[in-house]
Design a protein around this ligand. Structure first.
Ligand code: COA
Length: 180
């Protein structure tokens, strides 16, 4: 199975493997912020320990190659402090993207930079023909990121996912993809 690069850089960002010691910075930058997690599949964290547990799992994935979802920590170039994360879930023929950024850094085109890089990396891997992502139908900023990264809208998945920050009912999603 294809393995993603352990680090990469874009014009303004540096991406690296997560560490358990990132928990405090991740908590402070985005994971405890209900505005950030509003449309995500996980609820904002209120304690550090569950976040450490999540990061332990991410470290294991990178170490063992088991599990198919590889997350990177994103920081501004020249720094080591996480301000967000982008991840890729690898299937036999395609890759699914996910991403999150601390509110202090929204609206500067940063996530578009990261998503463009990961999408291009995925489509350069011989087994992978498709890069895709979905977002809550109300998540206009995420829609723009996918569009700016060259993904095209494929459809509306009705009642597809739950956003625990909002409530227990499944919500509508938009699905986007780029293929080669
Ligand atoms: C989605 C997210 C990663 C975008 O990151 P970002 O670095 O701010 O994205 P960019 O600056 O590259 O692009 C954001 C675009 O959305 C637009 N946008 C931002 N907020 C918006 C809103 N409330 N309504 C409509 N458009 C909005 C911006 O204007 C920009 O588009 P433009 O370049 O055409 O002006 C960030 O908002 C985030 O982390 N949100 C919470 C987590 C999340 O929802 N992740 C995605 C899950 S699918």
């Amino acid at each position: 199975m294809t393995r993603p690069p352990e680090t990469f850089t874009t014009e303004r960002l540096v991406a690296r493997r997560p560490r358990v010691e990132d928990a405090e910075a991740v908590f402070a930058a985005y994971a405890a912020d209900p505005e950030v997690t509003r449309y995500l599949a996980w609820r904002y964290y209120t304690e550090i320990e569950p976040l450490r547990e999540f990061l332990r799992g991410a470290v294991r994935t990178w170490e063992t190659g088991e599990g198919d979802h590889y997350p990177w920590m994103l920081g501004l170039r020249g720094t080591d402090t996480p301000i967000g994360s982008v991840g890729v879930g690898l299937g036999p023929h395609g890759a699914m993207l996910g991403y999150v950024l601390g509110r202090a850094h929204w609206g500067q085109g940063l996530m578009t930079e990261a998503v463009r890089y990961v999408a291009a990396w995925a489509l350069a891997q011989p087994p992978l023909y498709r890069v895709w992502a979905f977002c809550d139908a109300a998540n206009s900023a995420s829609v723009r990121v996918m569009e700016k990264a060259g993904l095209k809208r494929e459809g509306l998945l009705r009642r597809w996912h739950v956003c625990p920050t909002i409530g227990p009912e499944p919500r509508d999603c938009l699905i986007y993809a780029k293929v080669r």
